[in-house]
Design a protein around this ligand. Structure first.
Ligand code: NAD
Ligand code: AKB
Length: 320
């Protein structure tokens, strides 16, 4: 039986991945933890919560012992935009925190460690279209540097200690449960909330900015599919490209206009433009497709319809 500790469970992905894991393994078998508390009622009532700083190795060990943990999902992170404001914090949380997890995993015979990477591993020198699985990785953000280092660390622990470490390079994740936590791709989420609430949006990147994106149901599916894949059949471990869709802000705005004809958008690019410009337009995810059968379900139009429906209902109830 799996006993899972999710670190960083209160974030955009953690909130939904924790609930999905609880549906599959039982609420009491999935321990949510984070440095901050959640205001998501569904997360708070569906299973145990522990306050945890991933930098505190002793506190992680105490939770492993208290709950007989055999699986760790490390979602604690400082994302790209926040990371540029505090690069040292990004290094500490994303790398020193992860090393704590890896060392503890070896010592306490943890069966699996899952940690996401990101399209932020790419940078100048990476082909812009269909960025290959194996390519130049020279990110220009501290966040990207930590993600490349994290992938290498994961692979090192697989090879040296035979530890089961898995991860995938999420594109920008779009969702409607918990707001994104300080990334560059946050605009692709904010635009839907703003369209519903105000009928207009001011975007912090230019209209022709095109990035790989994925809707949360596909993100959850990719994460669970990789967690459940046969480890002995994996050639890659911590660095799978996963694609779903790729669109410019202009195309996303046009798509929203199909359903909210009066929606307007203006562009005021800030420091996040440079970060977005350093990432590719799309990724080649054939390794994920071949090694564990990855296949996304949502395209831009299906996602837009669902986002507008869910956020629209929340808006009517005064929740957003
Ligand atoms: P998020 O910022 O929404 O959540 C991160 C969580 O980590 C937050 O709840 C935060 O409180 C917690 N945290 C920060 N410092 C901590 C610490 N010291 N100890 C414990 N918890 C701490 O991020 P997310 O979008 O949910 O990202 C989850 C993972 O997915 C990260 O590894 C991120 O790099 C990766 N990822 C996310 C996206 C995306 O678009 N959301 C894309 C690519 C990769
Ligand atoms: C960010 O923009 O920092 C994240 C990511 C793509 O890793 N959403």
């Amino acid at each position: 039986m799996k006993k899972i500790l999710v670190i960083g469970a209160v974030g955009q992905i953690g909130t939904e991945l924790t609930m999905e894991l609880r549906n599959l393994h039982g609420g009491d078998n999935v321990i949510a933890s984070d440095i901050k508390l959640s205001d998501c009622e569904k997360l708070n009532v569906s299973g145990p919560f522990e306050t945890l700083d991933i930098m505190d190795k002793n506190a992680i060990v105490a939770l492993i012992k208290k709950h007989n943990i055999n699986t760790i999902v490390d979602l604690a992170a400082i994302l790209s935009a926040t990371g540029e404001k505090n690069p040292t914090l990004a290094w500490n949380v994303n790398i020193n925190g992860f090393i704590n997890v890896l060392q503890i995993a070896v010592e306490y015979k943890i069966q699996q460690v899952f940690i996401p990477s990101s399209i932020a591993v790419f940078g100048p020198g990476t082909p812009l279209d269909s960025a290959p699985q194996e390519t130049v990785l020279k990110p220009t953000t501290m966040y990207g540097i930590t993600k490349v280092a994290g992938e290498l660390l994961g692979d090192y622990y697989v090879k040296k200690y035979n530890l089961d470490v898995r991860g995938l390079r999420y594109p920008g994740i779009i969702s409607n449960e918990t707001l994104p936590g300080g990334g560059t791709t946050d605009y692709a989420v904010d635009i839907y909330y703003s369209a519903i609430k105000y009928g207009k949006y001011t975007c912090f990147v230019k209209e022709d900015t095109r990035l790989p994106m994925m809707y949360m149901p596909d993100c959850l599916k990719a994460s669970l599919d990789l967690m459940n894949a046969d480890f002995s059949k994996l050639v890659h471990h911590g660095d799978f490209n996963v694609g779903a869709m790729s669109f410019s802000v202009k195309e996303q705005a046009e798509n929203i206009k199909k359903y909210i004809p009066n929606f307007t958008i203006e562009y005021k690019p800030d420091y996040r433009q440079d970060i977005a410009d350093s990432w590719p337009n799309s990724v080649d995810d054939s390794a994920a497709r071949n090694e564990w059968g990855w296949k996304p379900s949502y395209d831009l139009d299906a996602m837009t319809q669902d986002m507008l429906k869910v956020i629209g209902e929340k808006h009517k109830l005064g929740l957003v």
